[in-house]
Design a protein around this ligand. Sequence first.
Ligand SMILES: [Zn+2]
Length: 283
Amino acid sequence: MPRKTLKKRVSLAGIGLHTGKRCEIVFSPCQEPSGITFLRTDIKGASPIPAKLDMVDSTIRGTNIGRGENKVFTVEHVLSACSGLGIDDLQITLDGPEPPAVDGSSLPYVKLFLSAKISSKENQQSEKMEISRAVEYEDDKVSYKAYPSQVLSFRYLFLHTHPLVSRQESAFIFSQDEFISQIAPARTFGFEEEIEQLKQAGLAKGGSLDNAIVISKDKFLTSEEGLRFENELARHKLNDLIGDLKLLGCNLKNMTIDVKCGGHKHNVLFAKRLLENAVVTTY
Ligand SMILES: [Zn+2]
């Protein structure tokens, strides 16, 4: 399978969900088989940050990669769009600390990449990850299980004490079309009761009803007419998972990944376990 990148350079601008800072993000084709890298152009002499598991810095309400000041926050929605479209190599530059939240989903990035068109690099082979037996990860109420399967598929079970969203489930067999129509449009969310607390902790500073679903005591607050999917929260959690697993740096194949109540921190720990137990080959 040839490695893929974009055909041409594309960009968008907007404010980051957590930092609230405005940023222009530019995606440029990458002729080398060097994976996905982020470069902060607002930090003089900053080195590129590879989108790899060992570069994860923190996972509070998002996946942040980098070292010290040279950090990029909330990379998962951009990475999910890369994963869903099978993009292996991409140079991403930003003039701020966090990709624009846009509408809170990966869809704006998917559309942007489709507008640039995907290019196959015929002389470079992509890498795939497979497992020969089940890989499990558990922590209290959280569980992850990957097992060998004919196709790549995902299932996520969301459980919460809030009565409006006490149980949501989402499952899908991976294909580019299914990803684009069923997973990428699902938006990020937060609970009204925790917003003040998040802001005090320096998070969700750019959050608004334009880029997140807010769950109040008895209804969903959104700038759109209701939810995009009845189980939009569970779908968004799958989108986050797919984005975080892109940090493996290869394409997952032939496995079913079944998750209960996971989030960024556990996504990353599960990905590390997967890496230890999987075989990566070119194809
Ligand atoms: Zn998310």
